[in-house]
Write a protein that binds this ligand. Structure first.
Ligand code: HEC
Ligand code: HEC
Length: 353
């Protein structure tokens, strides 16, 4: 290693190195979804791709999945809350890397990618369709014959599973962070030195004093679970109960992994079977991935933060009175210096291409 190269890489401790390596490699292996046997089937994905961009499935005939999930914006729409929905509704989730999660939606209201695709079809504020209208649409188009079933609800699920097969092909590209992480893993300091020092300092904060990696863990930068970080959940006309409402919806749904439409008859539904509704779930939202941030502003479930600088300020200034009293106390106001805040932002941007 040359002295010049060494000077460009921070002296990460062994513990810091381990923490950094835990955020890769990328792309990450995705466990197959037992409730959806054809999730990786290319023919199903091709049908799903066509349906995703078609407006014909919506009740009005004027809206497609891609109206809100736009390919050029990491399958998000750049709005604070989704178009066509009134106040108090949520920020559109991007769909890159969606497959392989345990829970879907900001509130975990669904437990599979296909059920998360049934949800917008039936939601009057999104696609506004019914099982009958979706089935009628499928039966009008002979090229959709592989999705036809005798029963309307089964057609709806077949459509949602095709949509899921398409979405399972959407994976975010490798980033500057991934190159740094892999260089560190093979002790290639010359390659590691190409990663800006400011990003390295931000990364050190992220895995260290900031404690960000406790929730934004692993290759996806999310532990896939739910937390309350003090984003106010009061919305016009009431509150958004977050995970508390999501769990109720999940448990009542015919489309969960314990229901009649799971291909493995509930065998892979351990988490769904055992999850319990608790008071602490009130006001919790899913820990989002940080992999596509550059393309998915504004931020948080309510789209209330316009820029990453605003998000970093949130964690720096944190209003502790807004955080739940119960549960483990992970978050404290970080009181970052301007340089630290800038470093953290630089690092967060290196997680997107
Ligand atoms: C009107 C805008 C809109 C339309 C149309 C729409 N979505 Fe969404 N989508 C959203 C919003 C908003 C969320 C977040 C909802 C929440 O969590 O409460 C979301 C979340 C999702 C998620 C969950 C992602 C995750 O990581 O948990 C999936 C999957 C999804 N949508 C797929 C689809 C599909 C498939 C269609 C078409 C059948 C569709 N959406 C149509 C706005 C929309
Ligand atoms: C206790 C778990 C937890 C910790 C610790 C944590 N986060 Fe988060 N983070 C979340 C949750 C939950 C959300 C979504 C909150 C919401 O929308 O209401 C979030 C949202 C975000 C977002 C917005 C992403 C988006 O797409 O909207 C960014 C960026 C972010 N966190 C970065 C960080 C950074 C940087 C740190 C460390 C300073 C950190 N987080 C620490 C749980 C956590």
């Amino acid at each position: 290693m040359s002295v010049a190269a060494a000077a460009q890489v921070l002296d990460f401790t062994a513990a810091e190195r381990r923490a950094v390596l835990a955020h890769g490699p990328w792309p990450a292996a995705v466990a197959p979804d037992g409730s959806h046997r054809a999730e990786r089937d290319p023919a199903a994905a091709e049908l799903g791709r066509r349906l995703f961009f078609a407006t014909g499935l919506s009740g009005s005939g004027g809206i497609a999945c891609a109206s809100c999930h736009q390919p050029g914006r990491a399958f998000q729409d750049g709005r604070s809350t989704a178009v066509g929905l009134g106040p108090g509704v949520r920020n559109t989730l991007g769909l890159l890397d969606a497959a392989g999660q345990r829970w879907f939606g900001w509130d975990g209201g669904t437990d599979s990618l296909w059920a998360a695709s049934v949800r917008p079809l039936l939601n009057p504020l999104e696609m506004g369709a019914t099982a009958a209208s979706v089935a009628a649409r499928v039966r009008r188009d002979t090229s959709l014959a592989p999705l036809d079933r005798p029963d309307d609800e089964a057609v709806l699920v077949a459509v949602a599973k095709a949509l899921a097969a398409y979405q399972a092909t959407l994976v975010s590209p490798r980033t500057a962070f991934d190159d740094f992480r892999d260089a560190l893993a093979r002790d290639d300091m010359a390659a590691a030195a190409r990663y800006p020092l400011s990003a390295q300092r931000g990364l050190r904060l992220f895995v260290g004093r900031g404690r960000c990696a406790l929730c934004h863990a692993g290759p996806r930068f999310s532990n896939g679970e739910f937390a309350d970080i003090g984003v106010p959940f009061f919305v016009a006309g009431g509150v958004d109960p977050g995970r508390h409402a999501g769990l109720r919806a999940l448990q009542a749904s015919r489309f969960n992994r314990l229901g009649p439409h799971a291909d493995d008859a509930g065998a892979g539904a351990v988490a769904t079977r055992h999850v319990r509704l608790e008071h602490r779930h009130f006001g919790e939202f899913r820990v989002p991935t940080l992999r596509t941030l550059k393309h998915t502003a504004p931020y948080f479930h309510d789209g209330s933060r316009a820029t990453l600088a605003d998000v970093v300020r949130h964690y720096s200034e944190l209003d502790e009175d807004r955080l739940h009293a119960d549960g483990e106390r992970i978050l404290v106001p970080l009181r970052l210096t301007p340089t630290e805040a800038a470093d953290l932002q630089t690092f967060l941007f290196t997680l997107s291409q």
